[in-house]
Design a protein around this ligand. Structure first.
Ligand SMILES: C[S@@+](CC[C@H](N)C(=O)[O-])C[C@H]1O[C@@H](n2cnc3c(N)ncnc32)[C@H](O)[C@@H]1O
Length: 265
């Protein structure tokens, strides 16, 4: 389940009751204080942080596989297991989806309880409505590994820019050269003076969101932490599809004519 982003205020009553009723609670949270808060809700909270190792030589995917295995070991032992992740457990997170897949494949009941994600906070704090002109979300490194068509008429939200381009899957941050590659890729669709918004939502009730505005050109020389998300506003206006609008008008007209005719009978 998801604990949400802000300590104390984002946890739903249903998620809290799942935590309280579990035999074992695993935790992958944004910081140690949140873990301490969770420990007040349950006597057996097991942090998943230590599986990262010292952060230098272990591919993250190995850590995430270990998380699945350690959770499944308790499930197979007949325990009621609850795994708590910060934000929404199903948003840009591999292990929560994977452990549910494995559990169901082995015949256990498994369920994902949503949480308030960084995306939800971003819409509120930056003042973006994804329905205004559409919104596309990408993991920044994936955008470099795959040729991805972007829609410059919609918002572009880039996750994990702080470690963009990390081929090794071992690092937790990468430098300006890597962000320059990202900018070069983005520059096919966006001018270099286009606005880039760097967003960090609050995780403690005493914090305020941090919103920095820069340009695509400046992005390589701007430090971006692992807890920040980058947003590019649209660079082109929506263009009306006149052919489809004409077609819809004709359907409307035909329906009015038919209603009038039927009413006449
Ligand atoms: C592995 S993803 C996890 C996302 C999480 N499951 C969620 O629901 O938001 C990590 C990425 O989430 C974003 N993120 C995490 N914490 C954030 C925060 N406090 N403010 C803005 N973005 C954040 C960043 O893009 C970061 O690189």
């Amino acid at each position: 389940m998801g604990l949400g982003m802000v300590l104390g205020s984002h946890l739903s009553p249903l998620s809290r009751s799942h935590i309280e009723q579990a035999d074992v609670v695993f935790a992958a949270l944004s910081d140690g204080i949140v873990e301490l808060w969770l420990e007040r809700m349950h006597p057996d909270v097991r942090s998943l942080q230590s599986y990262y190792g010292d952060g230098t030589d272990k591919p993250r995917i190995d850590t995430y596989r270990e998380w699945v295995e350690v959770m499944m070991t308790e499930v197979r032992a007949g325990k009621k297991v609850c795994a708590v992740f910060y934000g929404h457990p199903g948003v840009f997170a591999w292990s929560p989806h994977e452990v549910i897949r494995v559990a169901r494949e082995e015949g256990f009941a498994a369920h994902m309880e949503p949480g308030i994600s960084a995306e939800d906070c971003l819409y509120a704090d930056v003042g973006i409505d994804p329905g205004r002109c559409g919104c596309q979300h990408y993991e920044a490194t994936q955008l470099l590994f795959y040729k991805t068509p972007l829609n410059p008429q919609a918002y572009l939200v880039l996750w994990q820019v702080g470690l963009v381009g990390d081929l090794s899957m071992k690092r937790f941050s990468t430098g300006p050269e890597y962000r320059q590659v990202l900018v070069d890729v983005l520059s096919h669709d966006y001018p270099l003076d286009h606005e880039a918004i760097i967003y960090r939502g609050a995780t403690l009730p005493i914090q305020q969101p941090r919103i920095r505005r820069t340009t695509l050109r400046e992005l390589p020389d701007t430090d971006i932490s692992s807890e920040e998300t980058v947003v590019l506003p649209p660079t082109q206006s929506l263009t009306s599809n006149d052919e489809i609008l004409r077609r819809l008008t004709e359907i409307d007209r035909a329906q009015i004519t038919s209603a009038n005719t039927n009413g006449g009978i």
